[in-house]
Design a protein around this ligand. Structure first.
Ligand SMILES: CC(C)CCC[C@@H](C)[C@H]1CC[C@H]2[C@@H]3CC=C4C[C@@H](O)CC[C@]4(C)[C@H]3CC[C@]12C
Length: 501
């Protein structure tokens, strides 16, 4: 059989037969483009693929490497690197620092800046909307089950940038803000630290065509055990699809950071995420599997879409670090059975060779599991989402992807437009980004002092803190108090902004 190959960035795709091709790491997916069938061994440039792609002609727009995704992989969000590479931490013991943290709240943990990454939590939460084109796609679908699948794919994609990110973001100061908007993007995002103890960050992100609005707040709760750190982010995330009059909600997932005492740090999500379409009573239940010793599979997500009669209508499957698929129910169940029967061969990556192993059988001190996910997909499945390929040089830059690299860039536009409370004006983070750790530490102490003094001052005056851009409202569905934008930020009136830096 004739094979066709095409290169995509660093990836090589091999087209095996009429309708399927294999990705370099053997993820099987489908492509409908006829241009890829036929003659023997030929290389395609991705531009040809884009040109041959016609979303209106093909009945299944979701079956393709989408234009949006291709656009995203090529887009520069600004600079493509940080000014300096990260520091070598191999000589520093985290445990000596973390042991003082047991029982403390994340915002009260003061770690040396060397364990930080040069973005604050507000910026890190911006990463959740990198794949917001999935919300545009959801909005365009007329079928509610289809919409649900894209929303579920968005929920999975929104944690993807956390892969290998084992540094601590800066704790935002009370009143700190961040905005992300670009002329060429069809959405805008802004967030504010609305509470310091406990640390709550509120965000709002809206499509500029008023198709959807995504908002919520995150309060990361941290627990330490002897070997791991468990982060439970509290807070409901809400999505409104305007044209369909639909409200979806879901919650952030628990994650665990392993080997905080000895061995190599690694990180996983586990638990169930339930994406609920309250308007139509549809649900997507996603099970994030913890690392399984027997299958050696890591970062796997399995789930179903349920209709309003609680019947399974679609299978959802993938890896939050790689891609996410929709599978029809019969095939899915057979596929899951098959996988149980044929557990994968254990494979260890060379990266794990140098790790410190422990005598005990306990997984926590074991090697970092291999994360190359090899699997074959059953027929009638299609890809909903795919991660943007990693950068070769990411490991030297805190494992940031292209989007994250640009988040803290201080451009002229930022200087001109943003309020003085924007993260990008924060001096300690700026110094750290530039590699001046000593000054960064001094600045950090100064800012924390300043924040404390301001709080004491408010207490003296019996003043309460009121956020500038958010207010609490009763959630129309859950009935809880939630943080909502007061719709004033984009009027860009900064005269009342507090002086926090
Ligand atoms: C010194 C080392 C061990 C500390 C590193 C701790 C890092 C890995 C922890 C500290 C706080 C954590 C974050 C807290 C909250 C959230 C929000 C959630 O929706 C996604 C995960 C995410 C973004 C966590 C990722 C992991 C995290 C960044």
């Amino acid at each position: 059989m004739g094979q066709k190959r095409f290169k995509f960035g660093r990836d090589l795709f091999i087209c095996n037969d009429k309708s399927s091709f294999t990705h370099q790491n053997s993820l099987q997916t489908k492509i409908m483009s006829d241009d890829l069938n036929g003659e023997d061994d030929e290389f395609f440039d991705v531009d040809d693929v884009i040109d041959s792609y016609d979303p209106i002609q093909s009945s299944n727009i979701q079956n393709e490497l989408t234009k949006e995704w291709i656009g995203l992989t090529r887009r520069n969000f600004g600079r493509t690197k940080l000014p300096v590479q990260m520091f070598d931490r191999s000589q520093i013991s985290i445990w000596s620092i973390l042991k003082q943290c047991i029982g403390k709240e994340l915002s009260k943990i003061s770690m040396p800046i060397i364990w930080n990454e040069p973005v604050s939590f507000l910026q890190r939460f911006t990463e959740n909307v990198l794949y917001s084109y999935l919300l545009d796609k959801a909005e365009q679908c007329d079928d509610p089950i289809m919409r649900m699948q894209y929303v579920a794919a968005f929920a999975v994609s929104s944690i993807a940038s956390n892969i290998d990110r084992l540094s601590k973001p800066f704790n935002p100061l009370l009143g700190e803000t961040y905005e992300f908007s670009r002329e060429e993007l069809s959405f805008r995002f802004m967030s504010e630290q609305v509470c310091h103890h406990p640390p709550v960050s509120a965000f709002t992100c809206e499509s500029l065509e008023n198709r959807w609005k995504f908002y919520g707040s995150i309060l990361p709760k941290v627990k330490f055990t002897v070997k791991k750190m468990i982060v439970e982010p509290k807070g409901t995330l809400t999505l409104e699809l305007k044209r369909h009059n639909e409200i979806y909600t879901w919650e952030s997932l628990t994650c665990t950071i392993h080997n905080i005492v000895v061995g190599k740090l690694w990180f996983e999500y586990h638990g169930t995420m339930e994406v609920v379409n309250h308007t139509r009573k549809l649900r997507a239940v996603l099970n994030f599997k913890p690392y399984s010793w027997s299958t050696r599979e890591l970062h796997k997500v399995e789930g179903y879409v349920y209709d309003s009669n609680k019947q399974k209508v679609r299978g959802l499957y993938g890896f939050w670090t790689d891609s996410f698929f929709s599978i029809d129910i019969d095939n899915f169940e057979a596929f899951l059975k098959q996988m149980k029967k044929e557990p994968k061969q254990s494979t260890k990556s060379s990266a794990t060779a140098s790790l410190v192993a422990d005598e005990s059988e306990d997984l926590d001190n074991e090697d970092v599991p291999d994360n190359t996910n090899e699997h074959n997909l059953p027929p009638n499945s299609y890809q909903l989402w795919k991660i943007i390929p990693k950068l070769d040089y990411s490991p030297q830059y805190y494992n940031f992807n292209l989007f994250t690299m640009a988040l803290n860039e201080l451009t002229d536009d930022v200087k001109r437009q943003c309020p003085p409370t924007d993260c990008r004006f924060r001096p300690d983070m700026r110094k750290m980004e530039d590699g001046d750790i000593d000054t960064a530490n001094q600045e950090k102490n100064r800012l924390e002092e300043k924040q404390r003094a301001a709080r004491l001052e408010r207490e003296k005056r019996k003043d309460d803190w009121t956020p500038m851009w958010f207010r609490t409202e009763k959630h129309s569905i859950t009935g809880e108090d939630v943080w909502c934008s007061n719709n004033r930020y984009w009027q860009r009136q900064w005269s009342d902004c507090p002086d926090i830096f």
